[in-house]
Design a protein. Structure first.
Length: 271
């Protein structure tokens, strides 16, 4: 799914030489390649090889389609590197820690048949089946995903590209570049903020603190989820060029925790 560019030995595969910047990336990260996804994670590897993706090319794949269909023990191994940006490999009474900062994108159906919440097709699943399906993804793993977004059914005009065009990519890139520059001026990218740095970058007024307190209570948010919400809200503010963290940024960040809201039995958090 995500991490390594390792083969059976601790040397990068020759395929990396044919990828843009691949060999240099592996050198710089001591054989650990964080490159574009080209292959999927195999679910049938032995436990010791779970994090190595498809062995043939040594290339990572960071998109997990049909997330609940992966073996749970495979998914649970992701928790540590998703949280710390590192992975520890233990062999023969020795341990080596590799850098493993990466992005994970995953997708799943709302239910086994795929039609829960569909506007025109009736779902064939029982509530117990839906609950069993969704429970394949543990709460601690969900906590480590910054964004949970429901993708609605798209019409034919959107799928065929004849709908209203979105924001041009070059404009999006320019906003992202400006936001990253602001973060670097603060000394760290938002994804790396924790402790005092996070509190300093995400100062809240009294209404903002009350909003997050209500959200934690009604949605059952963990401390980890709260910190991720703050980082996302800070990023939204940076994308707007706002120095202060406003209620609108907090509300939008909370809106991106769709699965937390579902687990909170649909509780609403008022502004």
């Amino acid at each position: 799914m995500f991490i390594t560019g390792l083969e059976e030995s601790l040397f990068p595969h020759e395929q990396s030489a044919h990828e843009e910047g691949g060999l240099e990336e592996e050198r710089r990260l001591m054989y650990v390649a964080i490159t574009r996804a080209r292959r999927r994670l195999y679910l049938s590897h032995a436990q010791s090889r779970m994090l190595h993706g498809q062995i043939r090319y040594g290339l990572p794949s960071r998109f997990l389609d049909e997330l609940p269909e992966f073996e749970r023990r495979v998914l649970e191994v992701l928790r540590e590197p998703m949280e710390t940006g590192e992975i520890a490999i233990s062999r023969a009474a020795r341990q080596v820690v590799f850098p493993a900062r990466f992005q994970v994108v995953a997708a799943m159906n709302p239910c086994p048949c795929g039609y829960s919440g569909h506007p025109s097709i009736e779902c064939q699943c029982t509530p117990q089946q839906v609950m069993r399906y969704r429970s394949k993804i543990s709460g601690p793993l969900l906590d480590r995903f910054d964004l949970h977004v429901e993708v609605p059914v798209q019409g034919g005009d959107v799928l065929l590209g004849s709908g209203e065009p979105g924001e041009p990519s070059h404009q999006v890139k320019a906003r992202v570049d400006r936001a990253r520059a602001l973060q670097q001026q603060r000394g760290a990218l938002n994804a790396s903020l924790s402790g005092c740095l996070l509190n300093e970058a995400c100062r809240l007024d009294s209404p903002g603190e009350q909003l997050l307190s209500r959200a934690m209570e009604r949605l059952g948010l963990s401390a980890r989820a709260l910190h991720r919400i703050l980082r996302v809200a800070r990023t939204l503010a940076d994308l707007e060029g706002s120095e202060t963290l406003q209620r609108s940024h907090l509300m939008e960040a909370l809106g991106y925790r769709q699965l937390d809201r579902q687990q909170g039995a649909g509780s609403a958090v008022s502004a």
